[in-house]
Design a protein around this ligand. Structure first.
Ligand code: FPP
Ligand code: MG
Length: 289
């Protein structure tokens, strides 16, 4: 919940650039001054890749900062349900994930898709945080398109950010499949765990398969910085899990050890995925979208 509050704050802060100068690069600063020269009272509402955005050029909040997005049914002063901001996009991501985890061999196919079926997709916490982060950062890097319509979510950029959400979810589920084998778990997400239903061996292979599909998608992004960040997160997952299973009595009572282990096992994947989203700021500058 704290992460959601944090991102909600970023979204609010992004809506008022005076509160958040550190987020602007020199390039986006130029765009900002470009915005502040524009006073045209144009309001647009549109949907890009499942993401509905209203751009109001006349909002009192943005008088000095130019056009910024508002989300349907809310103003910047109202509390917003963070899930609702990306709900449509999350279902696009979920559908794409289902298509991505299809395997050639039937047994592997049913194991790999096990936690991507409708109803057992879990909270989708990571994709939600990543898409919210993308939304918050895209506000900063957007620039006006032709004829007064603000292209807040350039298709290419947003597609790549959605891919990072998909990669992260595949890695997360892969780690859970392996974790359930290590923990000898019998349930996961309210149903029988895969190791309990289909056995340890196929669970380990299904985890490897998901990891390899995540790698294929990662390679398709052709961004070595993002590859490095995500690979680091995978290394941290393994490190954290190993730290947990090999804790000495002394380490068990150390808060530093606990925090380090928890960062590796849980926080690093979220953190490095969000950093990858930020990495696309550079890509956007290169593409000039
Ligand atoms: C859940 O822990 C497990 C994790 C958050 C990560 C597990 C990581 C690995 C098994 C390393 C292998 C990684 C990959 C990418 C294949 P938990 O047992 O504390 O929580 P739970 O109650 O949800 O099982
Ligand atoms: Mg476990």
């Amino acid at each position: 919940m704290f992460i959601y509050r944090g991102i909600y704050r970023i979204l609010r802060t992004a809506a008022n650039p005076n509160r958040c100068r550190w987020l602007y690069s020199s390039a986006s600063h130029q765009q900002l001054s470009h915005y502040s020269r524009m006073t045209s009272p144009i309001a647009t509402s549109y949907e890009v890749l499942g993401c509905r955005v209203n751009n109001s050029w006349i909002s009192r909040h943005f008088s000095s900062g130019g056009p910024q997005p508002q989300y349907e049914g809310s103003s910047v002063d109202d509390p917003v349900d963070p899930f609702s901001l990306v709900a449509d996009e999350l279902s696009i991501v979920a559908n794409r994930l289902r298509a991505m985890v299809v395997a050639e061999v039937p047994k592997l196919a049913s194991a790999a898709e096990y936690f991507f079926k409708m109803g057992v997709e879990g909270k989708r916490f990571r994709p939600t945080v990543i898409l919210l982060m993308a939304t918050a950062l895209n506000v900063q890097i957007s620039k006006p398109a032709s004829e007064g319509v603000v292209d807040m979510f350039p298709t290419e950029l947003r597609m790549r950010q959605q891919s990072i959400a998909e990669i992260t979810e595949m890695i997360h589920v892969a780690s859970l499949l392996h974790d359930d084998v290590l923990d000898d778990a019998d349930t996961r997400r309210g149903i029988g765990s895969l190791n309990f239903v289909m056995g340890n061996k196929i669970s380990v292979l299904a985890g490897d398969f998901l990891l390899s599909r995540a790698c294929i998608t990662l390679a398709s992004l052709k961004n070595t910085e993002v590859v490095s960040l995500i690979a680091t997160a995978v290394e941290h997952l393994v490190t954290g899990e190993t730290m947990q299973m090999s804790t000495s009595a002394e380490q068990r009572s150390s808060m530093d050890y606990y925090l380090q282990k928890t960062y590796y096992k849980t926080a690093s994947l979220i953190s490095n995925s969000c950093k990858s989203i930020f990495g696309y700021k550079k890509l956007q500058e290169v593409l000039q979208v």
